[in-house]
Each structure stands twice: as structure tokens, then as C-alpha cells.
Design a protein around this ligand. Structure first.
Ligand code: NAI
Length: 399
């Protein structure tokens, strides 16, 4: 019976689904240190983690039979991805499962900031009844400028339009405009027309400090600023100056240049003093629904890999999407991306009169992956020959 170890309180759906697929599943609440992890991984085929378990080269060396790692989260920095790939371990994550959660928080932020809810709450807490419409607006008819029109930006576009907002966006890549959203030729064009600016760019190094004094200065008088992307993207000192001067009327910030390592740690930011701000501790994607969705998504990727050899959405192996095997067996062959491996696989199978019924090849950087459906079960000698190729990393048979 294949074995899975799930750490860090992964949503119970994952264990349930893996059990239903025939895995012996062990779950643990917390993360494990390096040696504890090596010990716990004895005989384990699939490992599930979240962000706090580091899978290092030492762990991979110690447990060469581990097949796949599911990161039940968005990030994969905690795994040595290249080393895992070079040792035949597929790594999966859940890049889209919390998109909707982020979008809903942005919408909530926009409505609350345009109604000056943080300022009103502050006054009420301090015993002041300030019943006034001053500075309060509906979102309907306002222009939302979305910077970065990827998974989150484009879904935000749809929901914001449904609320009656007019949407403009700017992206460095060509993107399909959703609904009536309009693409802006430049960031400056977007800033000059937007009542709310929301940043949804990715974490590429070029985006460090990409929204600074010049960009804030170009925003409309009384506009609001929202960043739920990455902490290093926006200059918060510049933002503070534009809030304090009265140029901007509010801001929502969920991500910070330096964030505490764990829940409960102290945290300070100068923005806490600014009027009409919503400050949240990087919880844009943190909902129970997102956790459940991550549990579904990653366990499915692991099952597809185990039972079909499908590497769809793997973060470190060449991606091949495969249906169920309709032949006698499926041979997966992961190897260094060298010329001639596909021909060599077919030569070995042909010499043994094994008919190839379907075949797919994918390559990515240093790795190649060939999946071959065959008319009969390959014997041990055939597999030994396939494993003996120069650069062969892992050869596996799915019956
Ligand atoms: P994505 O990769 O689908 O989209 C990013 C988009 O930004 C791409 O279309 C890209 O072309 C564009 N882009 C990159 N640099 C740009 C620039 N300088 N100017 C204009 N466009 C630029 O990413 P996704 O999934 O939409 O996530 C967006 C951000 O949200 C990421 O930084 C991610 O880490 C963050 N995030 C934050 C969460 C939270 O809890 N606050 C939860 C989930 C994601």
C-alpha cells in the first residue's frame, strides 16, 4: 500500500481523498525539523507540507524513494526544487486556490476605504459620534485601476465591474480584457484616471520598489491605494507621506517589506498612525474556503501523478497532462535533458517486441520526461536497461 505523510495541519480533505485512493495516510499537526523529517519519511511515497517544513537536499538524499511533494500552499521556496527535480521528486502547489479570497478582501477594502470606515471606527472607539457624509462615496461609477492583470487582477476586474465600477488595467504582458475593462498603454495613464489603484503584480525581482514616490505623486487627489501583492513592491514611507499630506484619502496594505515569521510575533508600521488605513497581516488569501480548495487541488495533483504519471502544474518537472492508461502498463522515464533519450526508449522497447500504444515527451531546462503506454508489462531486464541510460533519473511503471 503506498504511503503518504501529511504535516502542518493540512485540510482533512487531502487525507480523506488520498485514503479513498488507497494510500495509507499519516497526519501530523506541526512542521518537522530536518532530522525529524528524515526519520518520519521512512517508507513514505508522498509528502504533504505547508510553508513551514523545509525539504532540503539532505532530506532528499536521505530518502531517495520519495516520489512527490505536495505544497498545500502557494509558495514553494521551502523546497529545494531543482535538487528535488534532479532526484526525480515531483513538486506541486496550489497557485490559484486562494485567488477568490484575495479578490473579496480587495473589494471589501475598496468599499470600506471609500466610506471611510477605518476613520469612523477610530472615532467611535474614541467616543466621537461623527455622522457625516464628508469624503464618503459609493463604489458605483468609480474607476478601479488594476496593476498586474494576472489570476487575481483579472478576477478582481470581473467582480468590480459587477459592483458598477469602471475598470482599467495595466500589465507588462498582453492580456485579454475581461468584460468592459480597458487596457491602459502605461502605468502613468492608469494612475491619472483611477479613483482606486490596486496592485497585483508578481514577485519578480524587477518589481522591488516598483511603486514609489513618483507613482504615488501621479495618483489622483483623494484616490485610494491598495496592495495585497508583495511587500517589497510599494514604498510605504512614500505612501505614508501622501496619506498624511491629504493627497490620498486611504490605503489598504496586507503585505509588508518585512513581516514577522510567525503568528503572535510583534509588528509595527508607521502606517498605523495614518488616517483611514486598513492594515492586515498578509491574510489576503487566508480563508477556510481557500484552505479547503488547496486541499482538493494539491491532493488531486498528487493522485494524478501517482496513478497516471501526469505532471500537470508541477513546479519542477516538465509538464505532461495524461489521462488514465488504457494499455497494459505505462512507463514514466525522467532523465537529464540530453539528445536521443526518446529514440533510446523506443529502441529498447522495440528490441523486446513491446508495442508502444501512446507516448508523450516534455522537456524543461535540464530535465526531460517521456511517458510511454505499452502493450505488455515490461520485465525487470527491460526496466534495468531503461534505467541504465546516461542521465536517467527515475523510471517507474504504472500498471
Ligand atoms: P499572476 O502571476 O497570475 O499575475 C501577475 C501579473 O502581474 C502578470 O500578468 C504579470 O504580467 C503582471 N506584472 C508583473 N510585473 C508587472 C509590472 N511591473 N507592471 C505590470 N504588470 C506586471 O499572479 P497572481 O496569482 O495574480 O498573484 C498576484 C500577486 O498576489 C502575487 O504577487 C502573489 O504573491 C500575491 N498574492 C498575495 C496573497 C495575499 O495573501 N496577500 C495571496 C495570493 C497571492
Amino acid at each position: 500500500m503506498p504511503t503518504a505523510l501529511l504535516l502542518e495541519n493540512i485540510h482533512p480533505f487531502a487525507a480523506q481523498s488520498l485514503r479513498e485512493h488507497g494510500f495509507d495516510v499519516r497526519t501530523m499537526k506541526g512542521a518537522l525539523g530536518e532530522q525529524e523529517l528524515i526519520d518520519a519519511l521512512e517508507g513514505v511515497d508522498l509528502l504533504g507540507i505547508r510553508s513551514k517544513t523545509n525539504v532540503t537536499a539532505k532530506v532528499i538524499d536521505a530518502r531517495p524513494t520519495l516520489s512527490a511533494i505536495g505544497c498545500f500552499c502557494i509558495g514553494t521556496n521551502q523546497v529545494d526544487l531543482t535538487y528535488a527535480g534532479d532526484h526525480g521528486i515531483a513538486v506541486f502547489n496550489a497557485p490559484y486556490s486562494n485567488t477568490r479570497s484575495v479578490v473579496e478582501l480587495v473589494i471589501g477594502d475598496i468599499i470600506c476605504l471609500l466610506r471611510r470606515i477605518p476613520a469612523h471606527t477610530h472615532h467611535m472607539r474614541h467616543g466621537l459620534w461623527d455622522k457625516s457624509a464628508q469624503g464618503s462615496h459609493e463604489v458605483r461609477g468609480k474607476t478601479l485601476g488594476i496593476v498586474g492583470y494576472g489570476n487575481i487582477g483579472s478576477q478582481l476586474s470581473v467582480v468590480a465591474e459587477a459592483l458598477g465600477m469602471s475598470v482599467v488595467f495595466y500589465d507588462i504582458e498582453e492580456k485579454l480584457a475581461m468584460g468592459n475593462a480597458r487596457r491602459m498603454a502605461s502605468l502613468n495613464d492608469l494612475l491619472s484616471v483611477s479613483d482606486a489603484v490596486s496592485i497585483h503584480v508578481d514577485g519578480r525581482p524587477e518589481n522591488i520598489g516598483f511603486f514609489g514616490e513618483d507613482q504615488f505623486a501621479r495618483m489622483k487627489q483623494n484616490a485610494i491605494f491598495i496592495n495585497l501583492s508583495r511587500g517589497f513592491v510599494a514604498d510605504l514611507d512614500a505612501l505614508g507621506r501622501h496619506l498624511n499630506s491629504g493627497h490620498l484619502s486611504g490605503a489598504a496594505v496586507d503585505v509588508f517589506p518585512s513581516e514577522p515569521k510567525k503568528s503572535g510575533d510583534p509588528f509595527t508600521t508607521a502606517l498605523a498612525q495614518a488616517d483611514n488605513t486598513i492594515l492586515t497581516p498578509h491574510i489576503g488569501g487566508s480563508t477556510l474556503e481557500a484552505q479547503e480548495s488547496i486541499g482538493h487541488f494539491v491532493s488531486q495533483r498528487l493522485e494524478d501523478y501517482w496513478f497516471r504519471g501526469s505532471t500537470m502544474l508541477s513546479v519542477n518537472l516538465p509538464q505532461i497532462t495524461l489521462g488514465p492508461c488504457k494499455s497494459a502498463a505505462r512507463i514514466t522515464h525522467l532523465h537529464a535533458n540530453l539528445p536521443g533519450v526518446l529514440a533510446d526508449v523506443n529502441r529498447v522497447l522495440g528490441a523486446r517486441d513491446i508495442n508502444v500504444t501512446a507516448q508523450s515527451l516534455g522537456t524543461q531546462d535540464e530535465l526531460g520526461y517521456v511517458v510511454t503506454d505499452v502493450s505488455e508489462q515490461p520485465d525487470a531486464a527491460t526496466l534495468q536497461q531503461l534505467r541504465s541510460f546516461k542521465g536517467a533519473i527515475r523510471v517507474h511503471v504504472i500498471a
